[in-house]
Design a protein around this ligand. Structure first.
Ligand code: NDP
Ligand code: 8X3
Length: 248
């Protein structure tokens, strides 16, 4: 299959690119860090097309899809993986710039890629779109304000796509992980590695390979099965109780 992955320069995206290439698929790996893509290309000179791409930029996405090499044009699977959380301040203290970056990446990025790739899938009557949601899209937590809301978007957009695609053989899935140790927390805490590491201290978090394996399973189901949503989290993570603010 031809698999287009956003955010293939680290974490889940990098693990997926590696796994799918090892399994003989063709991969289009994208992300902003060209040096990481170049590293991947050295490891996998064949079956891999890399593109430096900022998914927030609609024109860039449009041109990228329009100018794919002939043997990579018929995308079978789009994995809308690229995304980020910035900060963990309460809404009243959060940065509007950070909010905008999260909305632009986690929402508009998905829309840009889906808009330019989905019509080809429908035309060929074959395809699969996998969106990266999060447990943060279902369960609120302090400081999750806009990040969680963008992931709730990913969840509902996936289900609404499913409604629109009835009658075609195009499938859609939302993958909704909990804590997974990647560069995610380093990005969230702006390079503060110590703070990022403390998020996963004393517990076994999910790994990027766990997510790649899950998505591999999702896209390799027989054609008559659509996995709508998968929510997964570490055994050592769970939900919190409701809390109360009391007088005195
Ligand atoms: P990483 O930070 O390791 O990877 C994020 C990827 O997104 C990078 O490859 C980065 O590439 C890419 N990216 C960020 N902004 C842009 C942009 N504007 N244009 C193109 N690519 C971009 O995190 P994860 O692998 O953990 O995260 C992958 C997805 O999974 C995200 O959507 C995240 O929200 C979600 N998720 C993560 C969880 C976790 O605990 N780790 C849990 C649940 C969901 P580059 O910087 O090179 O552009
Ligand atoms: C990231 C998962 O639990 O860190 O989407 O918010 S969590």
């Amino acid at each position: 299959m031809i698999i287009f992955i956003t955010g293939a320069t680290s974490g889940f995206g990098f693990a997926m690119a590696t796994r799918f290439l090892n399994h003989g698929h063709q991969v289009i790996a994208t992300g902003r860090r060209g040096e990481n893509l170049a590293e991947l290309k050295i490891k996998f000179p064949k079956n891999l097309h890399t593109i430096k791409l900022d998914i927030r930029n609609r024109e860039e996405v449009k041109k990228t899809i329009a100018h794919l090499p002939e043997d990579f044009k018929k995308i079978d699977v789009l994995i809308n993986n690229a995304g980020l959380a910035l900060g963990i301040n309460a809404a009243q203290k959060a940065s509007l710039d950070d909010w905008e970056v999260m909305v632009d990446t986690n929402i508009n990025g998905i829309l840009n890629c889906t808009h330019y790739i989905l019509p080809g899938m429908v035309e060929r009557n074959f395809g699969h779109i996998v969106n990266l949601g999060s447990i943060a899209g279902e369960f609120p937590y302090p400081g999750g304000n806009v990040y969680g809301a963008t992931k709730a978007f990913a969840h509902q957009f996936t289900l609404n796509l499913k409604a629109d695609l009835l009658g075609t053989k195009v499938r859609v899935t939302s993958i909704e992980p909990g804590m997974c140790q990647t560069e995610f927390s380093e990005v969230r805490f702006r390079g503060d590695k110590e703070k990022a590491d403390s998020v996963y201290k004393g517990m076994t978090a999910l790994t990027a390979d766990d997510i790649a394996e899950t998505i591999d399973w999702v896209i390799s189901r027989p054609a008559h099965i659509n996995i709508n949503v998968i929510s997964l989290m570490p055994t050592q993570q769970a939900f919190g109780a409701f809390t109360t603010s009391r007088n005195n």
